[in-house]
Design a protein around this ligand. Structure first.
Ligand SMILES: *Cc1c(COP(=O)(O)O)cnc(C)c1O
Length: 231
């Protein structure tokens, strides 16, 4: 990566300029491409910086880490779970997060809906799709998506907001484009098939968020480009 600006504010401004540019190219309103500050491995001080710079959603990938951090954080960010969720952590996760980006099976959906009903939560959920077919990745196979969307729509407590994906690692952000475009197409297919709207597409990280914004991302999950390298 090129040299990073010294201050959080400057790094955020640079990212926002790139997102605005990407949205202009795609004819999108940049207000529809929101930055999620990925705060995994960061402490409450860094969360405070993000909050004070105006970011309102923080993303964590582990339930335990978030549980230790959230009570120490100032402001009132919305916390989103972006990492894999095990069924035995659903209750804990629902007590911390408003939105779960990484739901990848019908069993997990059912567990979330049952616990949400018991504990009085109304979770928002994205289905994680393994668009690339990489076997190392979590996520639903595109062929299995319709049946899981149907299950999600029949849940009592869950609102299905949309879909999430991770592009395979590559130093060239253009390599991610077909995967992001595919997720958008799958979303459009599911909307037509079920006569529903799924407004959220969670895609793009520090290396490829500009491409993701061009391809329709509404939530960009950005860690390193905001906070610097993880230790
Ligand atoms: C860590 C993480 C990110 C952010 O990664 P960066 O490259 O640091 O921006 C995004 N999404 C998920 C699921 C992550 O675990």
């Amino acid at each position: 990566m090129d040299t990073m600006p010294e201050s959080f504010e400057e790094r955020l401004a640079a990212i926002k300029a790139i997102v605005a540019d990407a949205c202009a190219k795609a004819g999108r309103d940049p207000a529809d491409a929101e930055i999620i500050a990925v705060t995994k491995t960061r402490g409450p001080e860094e969360v405070r910086e993000a909050w004070e710079a105006g970011l309102r959603i923080m993303g964590e990938n582990k339930v335990q880490e978030a549980a230790a951090k959230i009570p120490a954080c100032v402001g009132g960010p919305e916390w989103h779970l972006i990492g894999h969720l095990q069924k035995n952590k659903v209750r804990h996760a629902l007590s911390l997060f408003t939105t779960i980006h990484s739901v990848d099976s019908a069993e997990l959906l059912a567990a979330i809906d049952r616990v949400a009903d018991e504990d009085g939560h109304d979770p928002h959920v994205l289905l994680e799709v393994n668009v690339s077919g990489e076997s190392s990745k979590f996520g639903i196979r595109p062929d299995d998506l319709p049946s899981i969307v149907e299950t999600a729509l029949s849940c009592r407590r869950i609102t299905l907001e949309g879909f999430m994906t991770m592009a395979p690692f590559s130093p060239n952000p253009e390599d991610a484009r077909p995967h992001f475009a595919r997720l958008r197409e799958l979303r459009d297919e599911m909307e037509r098939r079920f006569g529903a709207t799924f407004p959220r597409l969670s895609m793009g990280m520090s290396g490829d968020y500009a491409v993701a914004a061009e391809e329709g991302a509404t939530w960009l999950r950005i860690g390193t480009a905001l906070f610097g390298p993880r230790h």
